[in-house]
Design a binder for this molecule. Structure first.
Ligand code: 5GP
Length: 117
């Protein structure tokens, strides 16, 4: 499986502003935040895209959401709300091929998210 920038962050080969780590996942602040809170929650298992998620990954992928809820509370955005997004492939706007849950909040977010059609 090809190495991505995110496996290098997991392995501490490049720095990141880490907000949570456990045996299954790592969460860190996005280097190019789109909102006051923009955190990426990634499994330690390198799954390239949503297309590659299998039944054996269900616990791990579900865990990303448990951690998202915990971080949202810690960041104080649980009450006002936030968005969780996992982009897939080119049309989804995926740029790093190691699945990651974006946790975005701290301001009112536009919807629909594709203003250019
Ligand atoms: P995608 O476009 O694949 O859904 O999201 C990838 C995200 O990773 C982008 O929001 C981008 O800003 C972020 N990102 C890319 N490289 C790095 C990095 O080296 N460090 C951090 N913290 N975020 C990164």
């Amino acid at each position: 499986m090809s190495e991505t920038i995110f496996s290098r962050i997991i392995n501490r080969e490049i720095p990141a502003d880490i907000v949570h780590e456990d045996d299954q996942c790592l969460a860190f602040r996005d280097i190019n935040p789109q909102a006051p809170v923009h955190i990426l929650i990634i499994p330690k298992k390198a799954i390239p895209t949503v297309n590659d998620i299998t039944e054996e990954d269900e616990k791990t992928v579900g865990h990303l959401y448990t951690v998202a809820a915990r971080i949202a509370k810690e960041e104080g955005i649980d009450g006002d709300g936030f968005r969780t997004v996992m982009n897939c492939n080119e049309h989804g706007g995926q740029s790093v091929y190691h699945i990651h849950l974006h946790l975005i909040g701290g301001k009112a977010l536009g919807w629909p998210p594709f203003p250019n059609g």
